[in-house]
Design a protein around this ligand. Structure first.
Ligand SMILES: Nc1nc2c(ncn2[C@@H]2O[C@H](COP(=O)(O)OP(=O)(O)OP(=O)(O)O)[C@@H](O)[C@H]2O)c(=O)[nH]1
Ligand SMILES: [Mg+2]
Length: 445
């Protein structure tokens, strides 16, 4: 997502940077390119017009043009306005002061309601809540089983009973929450192909009986401006409190994420970025803007790392690294840790300066290459991993055969390992502390 937009914006800003002094005409020219890039990303045209109006009003002033780094001043304004456009701050899923909190997940067919319900249950559990799921989609035969399978994985109970109406199921959910001492009820509702009266009526009836604390509209980012229209239609009938935008991992161009807040005034609260249950994140306008502009999202990466990595393992590894007795065994452990962050391509996307280049890199750093590296490491003996210098020609051949790879690949891995080791020694030399590399583009204050 956003790859094409990021690339276009980076090109525009690069051209602007290469100009040195900027005139008002230069800025206007750059903003025209920004406008095209946004329209191509399927952002609502009214949103684009107003957005650029705001940017231009701030960007063509004397203080910008006469500043020492006018290009950066312009980029900063674009970034600020992007953040504003997406809602300026993280909007939490609110918990009722008097539990249980009732959360409805609503939306069209296939938007990702059932998946998002389970993902949200998992997220809340990690925050120390005790969620309960209600399977209120009684129309699609497999829907209840689908939710059960997902709930099983995260060990969250599901309330369901044959031949009950959705309203009755919501009531059952509430009763069950009391009985089982659960403090959050997540109700997975049925989807329809189109916004229709029956669906709205049913949801209204449920909400009248068991009022929502949060009514979250689940929309598929891949549907672009349709998602925005659906949100407007749902909002007319239901007291929506926010949006869950799913499938941000797909090749959607980003238009929905950039337009929905401005058009509907509904905050995006959560985003789904994959099919796995851990692929749900709070929506952070600030970081999303950085990502769109190709500045990376190091903060999310670090948070993911903290959440998924074993603290003690990480500590032990960090000590090894700083002591520079880093072996291939540690290298293997490091790969394991990184893998916990998710598919490599996703991890790379969050690295500063990587955003726009991803399209070309994706093929090279796919997860299959990780599997090959692991196979090579696993084909070595413990002694070889501890003391790689003993790996001579015949050992290389054996390792290549054992792992189904080639001697060249084994050589390459050993060379890479040497380089990493060297790099680590250098970092150790610098006051013995590891430092994050500086963000290459663009240095914002
Ligand atoms: N790639 C990706 N796939 C997703 C995401 N969220 C959901 N999906 C997939 O989208 C499909 C539909 O998801 P569901 O959760 O069943 O959607 P739903 O809204 O409950 O659908 P109905 O119950 O039929 O209305 C499934 O194959 C999910 O695995 C996401 O964030 N990324
Ligand atoms: Mg469903």
């Amino acid at each position: 997502m956003f790859d094409a937009l990021t690339e276009k914006l980076q090109q525009t800003f690069k051209r602007m940077r290469n100009k040195g002094r900027l005139t008002e005409a230069d800025v206007k020219e750059a903003l025209r390119e920004v406008r095209l890039a946004l329209l191509e990303a399927d952002v609502n045209f009214k949103v684009v017009r107003e957005f650029l109006g705001r940017v231009e009003a701030r960007a063509v002033g004397q203080d910008v043009l006469e500043s020492l780094t006018p290009d950066q001043a312009v980029i900063r304004i674009v970034r600020d306005e992007l953040i504003q456009l997406m809602g300026s701050h993280v909007e939490r899923v609110h918990m009722a002061s008097n539990p249980p909190t009732v959360i409805y997940m609503v939306g069209l067919q296939g938007a990702g309601k059932t998946t998002a319900s389970a993902k949200l249950a998992r997220m809340l559990r990690h925050q120390g809540r005790q969620p309960l799921l209600v399977a209120a989609d009684i129309y699609r035969p497999a829907a209840i089983d689908q939710l059960k399978v997902l709930a099983d994985k995260i060990q969250v109970p599901v309330v369901t009973e044959p031949s009950k109406t959705p309203v009755e199921l919501a009531e059952l959910g509430k009763a069950a929450s009391r009985r089982m001492a659960k403090d959050v009820i997540i109700i997975d509702t049925a989807g329809r192909l189109h916004v229709d009266d029956d669906l709205m009526g049913e949801l209204e009836a449920m909400n009248a009986r068991i009022p929502a604390n949060e009514m979250l509209l689940v929309v598929d980012a891949m549907t672009g401006q349709d998602a925005v229209r659906v949100a407007e239609a749902f909002k007319e009938r239901l007291p929506l409190t926010g949006v869950v935008m799913t499938k941000l991992d797909g090749d959607a161009r980003g238009g929905a994420a950039l337009s929905i807040r401005e058009v509907t005034q509904l905050p995006i609260k959560l985003v789904g970025s994959g099919e796995k249950l851990e692929d749900l994140e709070p929506f952070n306008p600030d970081r999303m803007a950085s990502r769109i502009l190709g500045m990376g999202d190091i903060l999310t990466l670090i948070e993911k790392a903290e959440a998924s990595m074993d603290r003690e393992d990480t500590q032990a590894l960090a000590e090894k690294i700083t002591k520079a007795d880093f072996t291939l065994d540690d290298f293997r452990a490091m790969i394991d840790q990184v893998k916990k962050l998710g598919p490599l391509s996703k991890v790379m996307e969050m690295m500063p300066g990587m955003g726009g280049k991803m399209a070309k890199m994706k093929d090279k750093v796919d997860d299959r290459s990780v599997v090959r590296v692991e196979a090579i490491l696993n084909s070595m003996t413990k002694k070889e991993r501890q003391r790689p210098e003993i790996i001579d020609g015949s050992r290389r051949l054996r390792i290549a055969r054992g792992s189904g790879t080639t001697v060249q690949e084994v050589n390459r891995l050993l060379k890479q390992f040497d380089e990493i080791k060297k790099m680590m020694k250098q970092m150790k030399g610098k006051k013995g502390r590891m430092r994050m590399p500086r963000m290459p583009f663009p240095p914002l204050g």
